[in-house]
Write a protein that binds this ligand. Structure first.
Ligand code: GUN
Length: 289
């Protein structure tokens, strides 16, 4: 671990760009084997402005990497049956390797039911119970993109989690839970913290690898961080002045951490790169089948 004055900043944007180029080569090779490009279908229901931006970025990255993408934009009052029918159609579509239903969904739709309707083989979000179970069993499967991107960043900076103390702040299904599972499989000694955790600063300070995914701007303070620790900031919080802030007080923590991810430009670009990686993984599995 580094312990000199200021943390090395992990350039997720540059790492993700390199990975996307590598994946473009893989997509070409897969296209030859399959006789068609790998395909990603994205379903967006309603008009959440953040979701619109996320989906646009995902599709743009897919197309640039040679992954064909389709977007199905359905109205906010889409009936449950219509959404489930669309998913069933994409499950059966031979040109579609990956299916992503952008969350959150409008309130009348049951997210658990919708996630469960996606075929586990095409579940490039890694949210289906089949893939969640495989992850906790330490078996291969499709893994949620954001935590997968965090593991890839650790690999890139040469930090092996084996035997290290890892602390995950946040216990969401999208980030905290799968992050903890991946670190456990690595195999780190893992602690998951949440809103009911007692003495959060002291627990955080034990971490060699600290992952913050709580959705609170600049929540993690300097004295929560062990000198030299790797600090990974998954938070993307929009402030009142329109700027973005992570879950970590970057300027303060930077002087004590060994490595730190910026927001933006840290974990975010890796999430999209891992969506492509998962789509290629799903396509490769179908090419073998
Ligand atoms: N909404 C916020 N993050 C995600 C994600 O990783 N996948 C999907 N499908 N929706 C999201």
């Amino acid at each position: 671990m580094r312990t000199d004055a200021a943390a090395a900043i992990i350039d997720g944007k540059a790492i993700a760009a390199r990975l996307r180029e590598e994946m473009a080569g893989e997509a070409r090779r897969l296209a030859e084997r399959l006789g068609r490009p790998p395909g990603l279908a994205v379903i967006r229901v309603g008009d959440d402005p953040a979701s619109e931006v996320y989906v646009r970025n995902k599709r743009r990255a897919a197309e640039k990497a040679g992954v064909r993408s389709w977007e199905y934009h359905m109205p906010a009052d889409t009936p449950r049956e219509a959404l489930l029918d669309k998913i069933a159609e994409l499950n059966a579509d031979g040109a579609v390797d990956g299916i992503l239903v952008q969350l959150p969904l409008p309130g009348h739709l049951d997210e658990d039911e919708v996630v469960a309707a996606v075929s586990p083989e095409k579940d490039v979000d890694g949210f289906h119970a089949h893939n969640v179970g495989r992850l906790w069993q330490g078996r291969p499967g499709l893994v949620p993109c954001t935590p997968l991107g965090v593991m890839r960043l650790l690999e890139e900076i040469g930090v092996d989690p084996a035997g290290k103390r890892a602390v995950v702040l946040g216990r969401s299904q999208i980030v905290g839970h799968p992050m903890a599972a991946l670190l456990l499989n690595a195999p780190a000694t893992v602690t998951i913290c949440h809103s009911r955790t007692k003495n959060l600063p002291a627990v955080s300070r034990e971490a060699d690898i600290l992952v913050a995914a709580v959705g609170r701007p600049r929540f993690v303070q300097r004295d929560w961080v062990k000198p030299g620790a790797v600090v990974i900031d998954v938070g993307i919080n929009r402030l009142e002045d329109g700027s973005l802030a992570g879950d970590v007080d970057f300027d303060a923590v930077r002087s004590v951490a060994g490595y730190i991810t910026p927001v933006p430009g840290g974990v975010g670009p890796m999430t999209i790169a891992m969506l492509l990686a998962n789509t290629l993984q799903a396509a490769a599995a179908r090419a073998r089948a």
